[in-house]
Design a protein around this ligand. Structure first.
Ligand SMILES: Nc1ncnc2c1ncn2[C@@H]1O[C@H](COP(=O)(O)OP(=O)(O)OP(=O)(O)O)[C@@H](O)[C@H]1O
Length: 232
């Protein structure tokens, strides 16, 4: 099966600054991958390139054998770092909007998850707490039957107990053979659901390894390895 995402010599400059530099990376299907790195290492830049929101300065990024564009947006479900939803809307109206907008939106899955999370679908988004808004957005994104889910800092505002539910239920209840790419600093919370990790630093690839390899060969958790590699 073709990889879901491939980068070859991917470079992105902002002016003279290299946010990503000659990145070569392949993401296989059916995996949950952590995109990890210190602040400013290029995670969001890579995510925006994958979603066609930025264009490469050099090199290529290919999604399911296509350049980012209209066709790849159909198969990527993307949670950006900042909300794009109209906060005046009620949750139930946003659901209707998603049903209209995305052919691959699974309303029954979304409704079941919102019920489990005890989120009132009559509520307007602006009346919900920060963490609850994040849950709603994550439910919306994970309820599409996508090939690639890209989540940029998905659970920063969610309390630790709800994080467990979200990680166990939402992130594992998605389309079979789909890939989930998660950028986060909450490594210890998330590492148990990850299959592999990609470490970025100064826009370059520092490590691309499975979580099992890190644990068995280095005898460390991903969180411990991250702290060691990126010690200030
Ligand atoms: N529009 C822009 N113009 C100029 N520089 C930018 C722009 N966007 C990002 N950068 C710079 O590019 C580098 C990579 O930024 P990016 O947002 O990709 O990092 P990140 O790994 O997602 O960081 P964080 O963990 O803090 O979210 C940073 O040094 C940032 O200041």
């Amino acid at each position: 099966m073709k990889p879901i995402l491939e980068c070859q010599g991917l470079t992105k400059k902002y002016g003279n600054f290299f946010a990503l530099s000659n990145l070569n990376l392949t993401l296989e299907r059916g995996q949950i991958i952590g995109l990890l790195g210190p602040n400013g290492s290029g995670k969001t830049t890579l995510i925006k390139l994958a979603n066609g929101l930025l264009t490469p300065t050099d090199g290529h990024i290919i999604i399911n054998s296509m350049s980012p564009g209209v066709e790849t947006k159909k198969i990527i479900s993307y949670l950006p770092e900042r909300s794009y939803l109209n906060t005046h809307m009620r949750v139930e109206d946003i659901l209707t909007y998603y049903v209209d907008f995305y052919e691959n939106f699974n309303l029954s899955r979304a409704t079941a998850m919102l019920k489990d999370l005890e989120i009132d679908t009559h509520a307007r988004l602006r009346s919900l707490s920060k963490g609850t808004k994040e849950k709603v957005q994550l439910v919306l994104v994970m309820s599409r039957d996508a090939d690639l889910y890209i989540l940029d800092e998905p659970i920063g505002g969610v309390d630790p107990a709800a994080r467990d539910y979200i990680l166990q239920t939402i992130l594992t209840n998605y389309t079979e053979n789909a890939t989930v790419l998660i950028s986060t600093h909450l490594i210890s919370d998330i590492e148990n659901v990850l299959d592999s990790v990609v470490f970025l630093q100064y826009g370059q690839l520092v490590l691309n390894a499975t979580v099992d390899e890190i644990r068995s060969q280095r005898g460390k958790s991903v969180d411990a390895l991250f702290r060691e590699v990126f010690r200030c």
